[in-house]
Design a protein around this ligand. Structure first.
Ligand code: ATP
Ligand code: MG
Length: 472
């Protein structure tokens, strides 16, 4: 297909790209005089009449879903004869006409490092809303990935290709026909996709159930969404193997690296959302995308207010333990964490009892241990205030910081009107400070802007003052 060719009332302008299910062109709708994107489907796929009908039905259902973050489907058409194009094999050429999205795919934005944490979460919120709307209408996307989400130049996310993956889903009834095998072989030859027999789609975004060849429902979209969220936050895919099979194995059985290992300053609440989307067992995931959306809104509020919490100490201990045991320790919640604590405390207790017994009940032999214990305890107790002082020394280097004070659990920072990157920096500083604490609740930040002279004087009289900028 070349520029200037006519497909029905669409004039082809240029090729936009090629994926697993055909070539996408930018076109102009000559009737309505508006731009459109055309996805021309491989004729092999349309051979089977039954399949074609079901596909058109699915596309119709998808086109009925209206949401600002879903690229609208304008129509699905079959053209019997295209001027200048031979060999349609009698079946004609089927294409989907849809909204042309003027922007970049999320994958491209990630590659160009154009997604900061807040924008990533904003995209996540919009996409979650779009998926919720589709799920309510009974439509599963099946191929959520960073290539299928675009962001317009003015910052509006759009989800593409709703329900299209069903077209080549071998778990779908009647899908064992040869057209699918033919298509999959073709896809293999183009090197774009997976292996024969697997659902078409980039393997890295598959849910465990898809990887096992089981039917995908809404919860499968939630899993794939979790992968995109992870990728947007860290720039890295959570499951990656050397071959498609290795990747699928990782999806089905592997653990993911914590987000904070890959990018500093990410709130723990985001990690929790990602973890729940990526539960291997579909019944343990969020019950709906609406829940995901509201949790993400919470993460956003947290980031904007500047009060982010890092991982609780026990979770971090579990992460460390997981690293040590080569990722085999599971994170099944409290029971496991409790077990670690129980073991540590039991060892200490048994050691003490043995010492006391060895000393015939006297405490003479225990005395050195008590002294060491007291020393360790003192270090332990002062660790918190030392960490806070260190934090303050680093934070005050930012020119926007006017005053820092602390009441033990919370650190108050008074700022001149500061750019977003100051907040991100201070949050990530807090994150690493919390990472060094042994005990207690993680420290929190409270930001105040636009404090007048009287307010400053009041703050100066409070206890816990750590830093105040000299008057200019
Ligand atoms: N509606 C659209 N508006 C603008 N560009 C689009 C549109 N649809 C697709 N594209 C562009 O065309 C490229 C190819 O899209 P296509 O959907 O064929 O491939 P894919 O998303 O990589 O794979 P899949 O077949 O699994 O969806 C996209 O990466 C995007 O850049
Ligand atoms: Mg696509």
């Amino acid at each position: 297909m070349d520029s200037g060719d006519l497909l029905g009332h669409y004039e082809i302008l240029e090729k936009l790209g090629q994926g697993g299910m055909g070539v996408v062109y930018k076109a102009r709708d000559t009737k309505l005089d508006r731009p459109a994107a055309l996805k021309v489907l491989p004729p092999a796929l349309m051979k089977d009449e039954e399949r074609r009908k079901r596909f058109i039905q699915e596309a119709r259902a998808a086109s009925a879903v209206n949401h600002p973050a879903i690229a609208q489907i304008y129509g699905i058409e079959t053209i019997d004869h295209v001027p200048g194009v031979d060999g349609l094999g009698g079946e004609g050429l089927t294409f989907i006409a849809m909204e042309f999205v003027d922007g970049a795919t999320v994958r491209q934005l990630i590659q160009r490092s154009e997604l900061d944490v807040l924008s990533a979460i904003e995209v996540g919120i919009q996409v979650a809303g779009a998926l919720q709307r589709a799920h309510e209408a009974g439509i599963v996307h099946r191929d959520i990935k960073s290539d299928n989400i675009m962001v317009t130049h003015d910052g509006h996310p759009k989800v593409l290709d709703f329900g299209l993956a069903k077209l080549v889903d071998p778990t779908d009834a009647g899908a064992s026909d040869e057209s699918v095998t033919e298509l999959q072989t073709m896809v293999m030859r183009t090197g774009a996709m997976t292996q024969v027999g697997a659902v078409i789609g980039t393997v890295a975004y598959m849910s465990p159930e898809q990887a096992r060849g089981l039917p995908a429902d809404q919860r499968s979209d939630i899993f794939s969404f979790g992968i995109v969220l992870y990728e947007m936050a860290t720039g890295t895919l959570p499951f990656q193997g050397e071959s498609a099979l290795d990747t699928m194995h990782a999806i089905a059985f592997g653990e993911t690296r914590p987000l904070s290992d890959l990018r500093a300053g990410l709130p723990y609440s985001l990690q929790k959302v990602v973890n729940r989307c990526l539960e291997k067992d579909a019944s343990k995931r969020f019950a709906s995308m609406a829940e995901v959306e509201s949790e993400l809104r919470e993460v956003k509020r947290e980031l904007e207010s500047g009060v982010t919490r890092s991982a609780p100490v026990l979770d971090r201990a579990m992460d460390k333990l997981r690293d040590l045991t080569g990722g085999r320790a599971s994170r099944e919640g409290v029971s496991n964490k409790g077990l670690v604590f129980l073991i540590v405390w039991s060892i200490i207790l048994v050691t003490l009892i043995i010492i006391v017994i060895a000393n015939n009940g006297g405490i003479g032999g225990v005395a050195p241990f008590l002294v060491i214990g007291a020393f360790v305890y003192r270090r332990f107790r002062t660790k918190r205030s030392r960490s806070i002082r260190k934090f303050s020394n680093k934070a005050k280097k930012d020119k926007a910081v006017r005053l820092i004070s602390s009441d033990g659990d919370s650190i108050l920072i008074v700022l001149d009107s500061a750019p977003a990157k100051t907040f991100l920096k201070l949050n990530s500083l807090l994150e690493s400070t919390n990472g060094g604490l042994y005990s207690g609740e993680p420290l929190q930040l409270e930001f105040r802007e636009g404090v007048d002279e009287e307010g400053m004087r009041e703050l100066l009289t409070r206890p816990g003052l750590l830093y105040v900028r000299d008057a200019e």
